[in-house]
Design a protein around this ligand. Structure first.
Ligand code: SF4
Length: 240
């Protein structure tokens, strides 16, 4: 049965996670701003690409197209030239198309709600939640590669977290834990914890700020969750 967090668990989890984030969160270039345009560019680049590889592309892209109006006015070929080397060119094409929709249909302002964000080309449920929470502090849930693993362990999920049932359970969990305040910091913290502490192999449970909230740790099952044959795929799959 899926774990359902109760109010004391939620209070402890949120407090411990946010305290840890304020002390140990990653300092990434795209976190220096809450501009939804910059958040969006970084999140699309990070799909299927590592943080280290994205950094120089992100800086060059923002220099050449500093806002959504500049991107919408560009030729697609110029956008794709800056994308060269990042791969998955449909991401670059969708960025350009979405910029035009934002300019033409939303007066150049990014929508704040997840549903409208998801209607833009190339923006899936994760990216919509990331933009809404990181840029506007909307309490929107996120599920991506690092948080899939983290949530699966926190909840002691049995079975495959990428299955339809697994995904449904993890999105429900993400929705239940996101707080009304500091949702952006909270979601960043979840991703950082998954990337740096609750790692794919040998999670650092003794350094983990939320181990007292973790089912897998309590049961000594952190090495079994998610099931080993899924791990390589979880490692290779980016967010979308
Ligand atoms: S206690 Fe271990 S398995 Fe649980 S969330 Fe923390 S690092 Fe992950």
């Amino acid at each position: 049965m899926m774990f359902t967090p109760d109010p004391p668990w939620l209070r402890r989890f949120r407090r411990n996670l946010l305290r840890w984030y304020d002390r140990a969160g990653r300092d990434l270039p795209w976190r220096a701003t809450r501009d939804p345009y910059a958040v969006w560019i970084s999140e699309v680049m990070l799909q299927q690409t590592t943080v280290a590889a994205v950094k120089p592309y992100f800086e060059r892209f923002l220099e050449r197209f500093p806002d959504v109006a500049a991107l919408a006015a560009a030729d697609e070929s110029d956008v794709l030239r800056l994308w060269e080397g990042l791969g998955y060119y449909s991401r670059g094409r969708n960025l350009h198309r979405a910029a035009r929709v934002v300019v033409e249909q939303h007066d150049g302002r990014f929508p704040e709600d997840v549903t409208t964000l998801q209607s833009l080309p190339g923006i899936g449920r994760y990216t919509a939640g990331a933009i809404a929470s990181f840029a506007f502090d909307v309490p929107a849930p996120i599920v991506e590669a690092n948080t899939v693993r983290l949530y699966a362990r926190l909840t002691g999920l049995d079975g495959d977290p990428r299955s339809t049932a697994g995904q449904r359970a993890l999105w429900e969990f993400a929705e239940a834990i996101v707080p009304a305040k500091r949702a952006g910091a909270f979601n960043h913290a979840l991703m950082d914890l998954g990337a740096t502490v609750c790692t794919i192999n040998e999670p650092r449970c003794h350094d983990c700020p939320v181990r007292s909230c973790c089912r897998a740790f309590a049961d000594g099952r952190q090495a079994e969750i998610p099931p080993p044959k899924r791990r390589r795929q979880l490692l290779l799959t980016g967010q979308s």
